[in-house]
Design a protein around this ligand. Sequence first.
Ligand SMILES: [Zn+2]
Length: 282
Amino acid sequence: MPSHNLAQIKIDNLEIIGYSVAGEETVVAMPQLDVCFDIGKAPDQIISINNVLLTHGHMDHAAGIAYYLSHRHFCGQSPGTIVAPENLLGLIRKIIDAWSLLDGNEIPANLVGVKAGDEHQIKPNLFTRAFPTKHTRGSVGYTVIEKRKKIKPEYAKLTGPQIVKLKKQGIEIDYPLEIPIVTYLGDTQHVDFSQLKYIVDSKILIAECTFYETEHSGRAEAGRHMHINEFAELIEKLQNQHIIITHTTQRTPMREIRRILKEALPAEKYDKVILLMDKRRR
Ligand SMILES: [Zn+2]
């Protein structure tokens, strides 16, 4: 029985399922990449995903950690991996230990601490890289990057045996290529993310934009979240093909959010935007 209805988006072959309402719950999973950005209250649909990438410790993003780990164990799955800001690791350990005692069963967990710039391997060719955000101490966002080797153009026309010969001579015939697939900002106030090329070039951007009304800009500032004006400024400098907005406020009705969004963004950007929680998809 699914915990509650998760939004579903499909971009090419990639599925994005999640739920994200400010102050209530945020969890965004991409099953094909085997990652779940934040965990919310650990809805059933994401339990089998092996990697949880936690951006910060706020309850609405992190409450489900112990349940996720424990339920995987109960279902005979391998221990889940929680990638989290390294300054939170001690506290997460304490929560898991306390729940293990309360439950009477050891909860297996693979905890990985990261700071901005660190990478964690998800699959042989798939990595996540953490980058700094401005929300809480140590908070990070994540980009999932495919790493490939590409043959240098000058060797592209060589035959198999010729390539083998060059390799035997120790000649580097290929170069590393990074393909940023998706960037997830988590909660953050406005930061000029255009400084990081892998964010600029990510095919998909999943970004918070919490507040929309003019009189809510103070709330955005106080909670270290983004207001539509800052969000518009942010995406102007980025090249993402698809932009998914998460963490929308409950203070503004969805139809009003839709209207303000259309007004605030240039048409070319607006066409790329999907509101995760909008039930009336364009
Ligand atoms: Zn938060």
